[in-house]
Design a protein around this ligand. Structure first.
Ligand code: SAM
Length: 256
């Protein structure tokens, strides 16, 4: 394990490094709240309600970061009541960034999102969404929230999602999207291009990453185009739902 062979000094250092990452992660949360006026929490809640997992669901949460989606999934299962013995649920939180996962693990321990306390088997995996180090047909659900936009090859991500899902498995994506109404898109553009980088500078002390964020949102394919890409990867019954006028969209598809 991580701690097994560490000297006291190394452990001190590990703690310090993770304090730094935790601070970054906290700032990231504050930024998310500031930019979306707290609405990202509601989007994530709705996302899990649409997935509607049941006891026995085997979820892969890709680009899972510090666990926002996975923790909501566990809460949802908890609210269903006790699981029958033969229906073990699980979640694998995967992300390309080990530091994000480490912060997630720390939070999971602090907030009780462990197998001992929640009954849900929780695994953490450092892996690239475009090339998952996971076997074929191994999950019943796949989620990716605010993650696919950052990937270089969306088609590869979708292909991998299709590969690791078992037949009958469901793909779900929560991502920023385009507003269908051009007047509203104009208003939203004003807000994103004028306000978000300023918030980034004020809260996180950085302008550039938030300018990049806004640009990447604008460049991401619109709802219909993205739907087509999901279909091209082989998914069936592909649908989407706009939230907050299309600021974000939930896409869903099945491997049949
Ligand atoms: N899903 C979480 C949430 O909704 O709060 C985190 C979203 S965060 C905006 C984006 C995450 O995508 C980051 O944790 C980043 O490390 C991860 N990421 C970026 N490129 C990736 C890739 N190619 N494969 C897997 N994860 C990736």
């Amino acid at each position: 394990t991580h701690f097994g062979f560490k000297t006291v000094n190394e452990e001190e250092k590990w703690k310090k490094v993770h304090e730094v990452f935790e601070t970054v992660a906290e700032k990231y949360d504050v930024m998310n709240d500031a930019m979306s006026l707290g609405i990202h929490r509601i989007w994530k809640d709705i996302f899990i309600h649409r997935l509607a997992p049941t006891h026995g669901t085997k979820l892969l949460d890709v680009a899972g970061g510090t666990g926002d989606i996975s923790f909501r999934y566990i809460d949802y299962l908890k609210n269903l009541g006790p699981a029958p013995e033969n229906k073990q649920s699980s979640v694998t939180v995967s992300d390309i960034n080990q530091a994000m996962l480490d912060v997630g693990k720390l939070r999971a321990q602090r907030q009780g999102y462990t197998k001992e306390l929640s009954g849900v088997d929780v695994q953490w995996l450092c892996s690239d969404a475009e090339k998952l180090s996971l076997p074929d047909d191994s999950f019943t659900a796949y989620t990716i929230a605010f993650g696919i936009r950052n990937c270089t090859h969306i088609d590869k991500v979708l292909e991998e999602a299709y590969r690791v899902l078992a037949p009958g498995g469901r793909f779900m994506c929560l991502e920023f999207s385009q507003l269908p109404n051009s007047g509203m898109q104009w208003l939203y553009d004003q807000y994103s291009f004028q306000v978000i980088p300023v918030l980034g500078q004020l809260i996180a002390g950085q302008w550039k990453p938030y300018q990049y964020l806004v640009e990447s949102i604008r460049q991401f394919p619109d709802q219909e185009k993205f739907k087509g890409m999901i279909e091209d990867a082989g998914f069936r019954q592909v649908t989407y739902e706009n939230l907050t006028f299309g600021v974000v969209a939930i896409h869903s598809g099945f491997k049949i």
